[in-house]
Design a protein around this ligand. Structure first.
Ligand SMILES: [Zn+2]
Length: 239
């Protein structure tokens, strides 16, 4: 019965996932009022996030993100439903929004393909799916860029990143990924994508191994970025 209801919800969401209001249109999982409370990130905020997370390591060539991730806000409810309640369609819709919102940037990046940041296999079994894959699918639909899921594997489960210091996070992530198919990444420009990117440590580790295996440029996209002051220690999102 649960499965049948999930399939039904996939096709036809009935209530706002944030405030529970009945939805008039069935395409989105959130009502207009809740949607209007989600803040879009400004260019200067994205730039400062890039500088803070990625610039010094010189592994990630550019970064963009669509929304500000606010705790207890409607976007957190959307992402929670995507990650833990099998609302896969939310991932596809958010991925499409990201692709439409960042169309020019993505065109300039001249990308060959998209890699959703992989989950460790036991975690995938536990959850049943990788939410980043659905976001990647939506982005692919909007951008006409292919998604590849057979390139890299997550070989190490990582402790909850949020309880660790910055140095501990880096140690924790070390060699978390293994490239399965290095031939297909030589000289390529690749987008790596996830739902929320907090510290960027996971992305750096993935970018590092992709570049060690010959990738040309690595770009990173996320649906949301938490505000800097809240991003360490208090967020319950991973990485
Ligand atoms: Zn609502």
């Amino acid at each position: 019965m649960k499965i049948i209801l999930s399939i039904f919800d996939f096709i036809s969401p009935r209530f706002c996932v944030s405030c529970n209001a009945t939805l008039i249109t069935h395409k989105y999982f959130i009502c207009n009022e809740c949607y209007s409370k989600i803040s879009i990130l400004q260019d200067h905020e994205i730039k400062s996030e890039f500088n803070r997370k990625f610039k010094k390591d010189n592994l990630v060539d550019d970064y963009s993100s669509l929304f500000l991730f606010e705790e207890k806000g409607p976007l957190q409810d959307l992402i929670h439903n995507l990650k833990y309640k099998q609302k896969f369609k939310i991932g596809i819709l958010l991925g499409e929004k990201l692709g439409e919102g960042k169309k020019n940037i993505i065109t300039n990046w001249n990308v060959d393909f998209i890699i959703p940041i992989p989950l460790f296999h036991l975690k995938k079994i536990e959850r049943g799916y990788n939410q980043a894959m659905y976001i990647a699918k939506g982005l692919s639909k909007a951008s006409q860029i292919n998604v590849k899921t057979n390139i890299v594997k997550r070989v190490k489960n990582t402790l909850s990143q949020t309880k660790l210091s910055n140095d501990e996070r880096k140690g924790n992530m070390l060699r978390a990924f293994r490239v399965k198919n290095s031939k297909s990444i030589k000289g390529k420009n690749i987008i790596v994508i996830d739902d929320v990117i907090t510290t960027g440590t996971t992305v750096l580790e993935l970018a590092k191994i992709l570049k060690e295996n010959g990738a040309n440029k690595i770009f990173c996209l996320s649906i949301a970025t938490p505000p800097f002051l809240h991003s360490i220690g208090s967020s319950n999102t991973k990485n």
